[in-house]
Ligand binder design. Structure first.
Ligand SMILES: [Zn+2]
Length: 328
């Protein structure tokens, strides 16, 4: 029963395709090109923070000294273009100093033994080597302008910052830890959406995180979502849009489906700046668009406003009347 074997079937299809190709080649010989076709321009890679000494701003073409870029938190000093930064650099931007990392060793077990163009396991391994992380998120506790907080920071370099079981679990644990310790939560979103290599399990993370956030809300603890370039798919459709305050970085792409898919579906040209932070601010989808250099102070200010005020310590009274200095 050779034909019932699926492997044989693929082989048969392949051979018939091959014959068709040969036939095409015979016909095409009449029009054979003698010159080499002009090679298509290679697509420029999205700007990552570069390794060299100098870097060219993709927006204003300014040549910037790399060390200057560190002092400006990877924002172009001339045009304020925001270079992409990784999850650890995010934590450095927000925290005052040291932080404690949680659930560092949580890693995906490839529950579906998934393979597309290459096995999911191989993708995981490559991302682990490239980023030094076990999955696309770091959860840490530290201080933001002296205020203790739990920050979850997503790593785009790890399979597009996609949300699988590990990302979902780590965020949920972060929120539960915040509930126990009565701390605010900040999630820095940077994601292509749910991780489809984990199928429905990745989609279930949306509900799980939202449930935990509802408990945080009931406990009257603040949650701030920071939306960076890009924040899309299942992440936008769940926790990225649920902050007590949703702060976006300038010109970040934020949306659910990509603009090409939407254009094809509605058969209309989309307006300029569609799915960008400023456009979404105008439409009321985000609360603030904040420059990265002001992000920490903005978050700290908001937390000070939202956190329950601690019982004020009694102001010590002056021991003697002599201590009271009369105002001039
Ligand atoms: Zn620039």
């Amino acid at each position: 029963m050779a034909s019932s074997n699926p492997a044989n079937r693929t082989w048969q299809i392949q051979t018939s395709d091959f014959r068709l190709d040969r036939y095409k080649l015979n016909v095409m010989a009449w029009f054979k090109k003698t010159k080499k076709p002009i090679a298509a321009a290679t697509k420029e890679k999205p700007s990552r923070v570069p390794e060299g000494l100098w870097v060219k701003c993709p927006d204003c073409d300014q040549i910037i000294y790399n060390k200057d870029l560190i002092t400006t938190l990877n924002v172009c000093p001339k045009c304020a273009h925001h270079f992409k930064i990784n999850a650890i650099e995010r934590l450095r931007v927000l925290f005052d100093g040291e932080w404690t990392e949680y659930d560092k060793d949580l890693a995906s077990t490839d529950p579906l033994q998934f393979t597309d163009t290459k096995p999911y396991r191989a993708r995981l391994l490559a991302s682990k080597e490239a980023t030094g992380l076990k999955d696309a998120i770091i959860v840490a506790e530290g201080e933001i302008e002296g205020l203790r907080a739990i920050v979850a920071s997503m790593e785009y370099g790890f399979i597009g910052g996609s949300m699988g079981v590990v990302v979902g679990e780590k965020i949920t644990r972060a929120i539960e830890r915040a509930l126990e310790r009565k701390l605010p939560v900040v999630i820095v979103c940077c994601s292509g959406g749910a991780r489809m290599m984990e199928g429905a399990r990745s989609l279930m993370q949306m509900a799980k995180i939202c449930g935990a956030l509802a408990r945080l809300d009931k406990a009257r603890l603040p949650y701030i979502a920071v939306l960076t370039d890009p924040t899309t798919g299942g992440v936008t459709a769940s926790f990225a849009m649920l902050g007590d305050l949703n702060i976006a970085e300038p010109k970040a792409q934020i949306g659910f489906a990509g603009p090409r898919v939407i254009e094809q579906t509605i058969r209309q040209k989309l307006p300029d700046g569609f799915q960008r932070s400023e456009f979404l601010l105008e439409k009321g989808m985000v609360d603030l668009v904040v420059d990265r250099r002001d992000l920490k102070s903005t978050i700290a200010g908001a937390l000070r406003f939202m956190l329950p005020t601690p019982p004020a310590a009694p102001i010590p009274l002056p021991q003697t009347a002599a201590e009271i200095v009369p105002q001039a």
